[in-house]
Design a protein. Structure first.
Length: 187
């Protein structure tokens, strides 16, 4: 039984390490506010007049290769504004239904910006299959981390000479975490 648990622990740790590294790098970027400057470009397109936001976004995706999720739709006078976003890229669309013209401003983040956006991506309800796949990978990684912790605790109790140092490390980690949580909650 111990051998099975140890091998499971090893396989889970190795298979989750790459995704956890992505999260670690993006967490460092967010914690230290490294500047991420997007590359901005724009284009004007002529579309069919009188369309709604969903129809315009579908036409942009089908005929012009835009990919991502449709964001909040707002109206300003005669214009309709919305965004189409995916990790690392955002398209801000302003559409004039009377004239059938759309102005698209594209903001493309560098690699660190992509990692940052992947860090915030969640769920399985995206229009893009790759974004849904990322959601399933994150669900699997979450379960793997729970199992990694459980198998680690099991092995810790099985190896008697490791209990003392494990207890010290666990107590230190718990203490630091509780102190940080208390300090973060104070006004």
């Amino acid at each position: 039984m111990y051998r099975l648990i140890r091998n499971t622990h090893l396989i889970l740790g190795l298979s989750a390490s790459l995704i956890l590294l992505v999260y670690a790098v993006s967490a460092v970027q967010m914690a230290h506010q490294f500047a991420i400057r997007p590359r901005v470009s724009s284009e004007n397109l002529t579309l069919a007049p009188g369309l709604g936001a969903r129809s315009v976004s579908q036409q942009l995706m089908d005929e012009h290769g835009y990919r991502g999720d449709l964001g909040e739709v707002t109206s300003a006078g005669q214009q309709i504004r919305f965004s189409i976003t995916r990790p690392g890229t955002a398209y801000d669309v302003t559409y004039d239904p009377a004239a059938g013209r759309a102005r698209i401003v594209r903001r493309e983040l560098p690699f660190m910006g992509l990692l940052n956006r992947l860090h915030h991506l969640n769920g399985f309800e995206h229009s893009n299959a790759a974004m849904n796949a990322w959601g399933w990978i994150l669900a699997w990684i979450s379960m793997a981390l729970i199992l990694l912790g459980a198998t680690g605790v099991y092995m810790w109790f099985r190896i008697h000479n490791e209990r003392r140092i494990g207890s010290v490390l666990l107590a230190a980690n718990l203490s630091v975490s509780i102190v940080l949580l208390i300090l973060l909650r104070r006004p």
